[in-house]
Design a protein around this ligand. Structure first.
Ligand SMILES: [Zn+2]
Length: 476
């Protein structure tokens, strides 16, 4: 259960919030909680959303906000998307003179992440993003007219925002007859970012002549007589027999597809584990809703040149049995052509994060585990290209033919998807130059294949992982 805001705040040593000075004696979350006794005072400050501005989500305990200073859709123009409001409440609205108040934002340690209900203390000082600019980091002085009960600054803004950046705004003023300034502090404000994921899938393999087609005469049909009832007779039309590991189960295998015309047999990448884990890094992961006019994201198609069909959502890419492999400098770099066939959202927009994930069949011939001796690649992430592939057939072969593997196909998809997306945040595989197991963590290894249960160290981001993620300017 979430403790009340004020208690949580006051439990923390203030030196963690304002480490460089004596700082305030307390933080204010409600009217009248500090500054009383004079003729006027700042009773509190709070952040809110402006029309077409950055999304602001209040913590239900009314202490702390999540702000999303980013474009909420790819083609959003102007700069309102990085602006929001700060409202100053006046403790004595009947005052008869104007009041002069100086405001300045303090970059505070990361100790709490409010996001509309989730309060997650994770540890101090993970956010050191000198490139981020908060407009109130430079002090401003405002004059609040006599008689005002509140005063709203409508163009507070954050640029180059990184997930996890956070601030508290300090108000300072001098009451009449007093020789020292009084101070009040805003609710804490934490930057969140949204990572959109465009999820596509490879189409079914088709019968017929040519590459990536399979021989209709040998298509296995359960219960049929002759070759069509003999699963070993299935052949690809490029001359290679359909090799398979012993004991391979039949679902969505080429010998059975196409199943329902127009309905891809392969699953999309599963972002559920990614979504849950990334909350701790202040990143909200969302699937792009691809659909007809009227659906949530229907206006998003940008036709950015990577899109073969600029006026409609493309959710399938043609079936490819093995990736060509030409020009691959690393197994992490898969064929760009696969993603281009179905990409709709521009991944290069710096104020809007979107990567593309494709449910694919298998990697190159010798990396598909069609023979148990084969090397096996379960997913790839193309760094800079902003797309990842999940190889469903290879995952299925591995799960069904390696008795050491304790994961289900579904878990394999979830964890591989999580792993591949972390590559866009700079995470490395074991063996790569710069790989640090203490930072990259267990999700970047393959140890989770064989453990009896999935360790929380796989599913939960560590402070080192959060720090690495939050330094990312633009995942792609
Ligand atoms: Zn990897």
């Amino acid at each position: 259960m979430t403790p009340p805001c004020q208690k949580l705040l006051l439990r923390l040593p203030l030196s963690r919030i304002f480490p460089s000075s004596g700082g305030p004696q307390m933080l204010c979350c409600g009217p009248g909680s500090c500054g009383g006794g004079g003729t006027w005072w700042v009773a509190g400050m709070s952040f809110s959303q402006k029309t077409n501005g950055a999304k602001v989500i209040k913590n239900p305990t009314n202490c702390g906000c999540a702000v999303f200073p980013e474009k909420s859709f790819p083609t959003q123009s102007g700069t309102l998307w990085q602006e929001f409001q700060l409202t100053i409440n006046i403790g004595n609205p009947s005052l008869t003179s104007s009041m002069s108040v100086t405001l300045v934002a303090h970059d505070v340690y990361n100790w709490i992440y409010p996001n509309g209900g989730n309060v997650i203390p994770i540890g101090p000082n993970l956010d050191n993003n000198p490139n981020t600019t908060f407009s109130l980091s430079t002090p401003i002085t405002i004059s609040i007219p006599a008689g005002s009960s509140s005063y709203t600054i409508t163009d507070v803004s954050i640029s180059n925002a990184h997930a996890g950046d956070n601030w508290v705004v300090e108000a300072s003023w001098r009451q009449p007859g007093m020789s020292v300034d009084s101070h009040s502090y805003s609710e804490p404000l934490t930057v969140w970012r949204t990572l959109w994921v465009e999820l596509d899938v490879m189409a079914d393999a088709e019968e017929g002549i040519g590459l990536n087609r399979f021989n209709p005469d040998t298509k296995y049909t359960p219960g049929a007589s002759g070759d069509r009832g003999d699963i070993t007779k299935n052949k690809w039309m490029d001359g290679t027999p359909e090799s398979k590991p012993t004991g391979e189960p039949p679902n969505f295998d080429v010998r059975f597809v196409p199943t329902t015309p127009g309905v891809p047999a392969m699953p999309k990448p599963d972002i559920s584990t990614l979504q849950t884990a990334m909350i701790k890094a202040c990143i909200d992961v969302k699937e792009v809703e691809q659909g007809a006019t009227g659906t949530t994201n229907s206006t998003w198609i940008t036709g950015d040149g990577a899109t073969p069909n600029p006026n409609a959502w493309d959710i399938t890419t043609p079936f490819m049995k093995n990736l060509p492999g030409q020009g691959l400098t690393s197994t992490k770099y898969a064929d760009q052509g696969i993603s281009n066939q179905s990409r709709d959202v521009n991944i290069d927009n710096p104020a809007f994060w979107c990567v593309q994930g494709i449910g694919a069949y298998e990697h190159q011939t010798d990396k598909s585990r069609d023979d148990v001796e084969d090397d096996a690649i379960y997913g790839t992430a193309t760094i800079g290209g902003g797309f990842f592939l999940i190889f469903n057939e290879t995952i299925r072969d591995k799960v069904s033919t390696d008795s050491n593997v304790k994961r289900t196909v579904s878990q394999f998809n979830q964890l591989t998807t999580f792993h591949e997306v972390l590559h866009f945040f700079g995470f490395l595989d074991p063996g790569e130059v710069g790989y640090d197991p203490n930072v990259e963590g267990d999700i970047m290894t393959t140890g989770w294949f064989n453990t009896p249960t999935i360790s929380s160290s796989v599913l939960t981001l560590s402070p080192a992982q959060i720090q690495k993620i939050q330094k990312t300017d633009h995942p792609k």
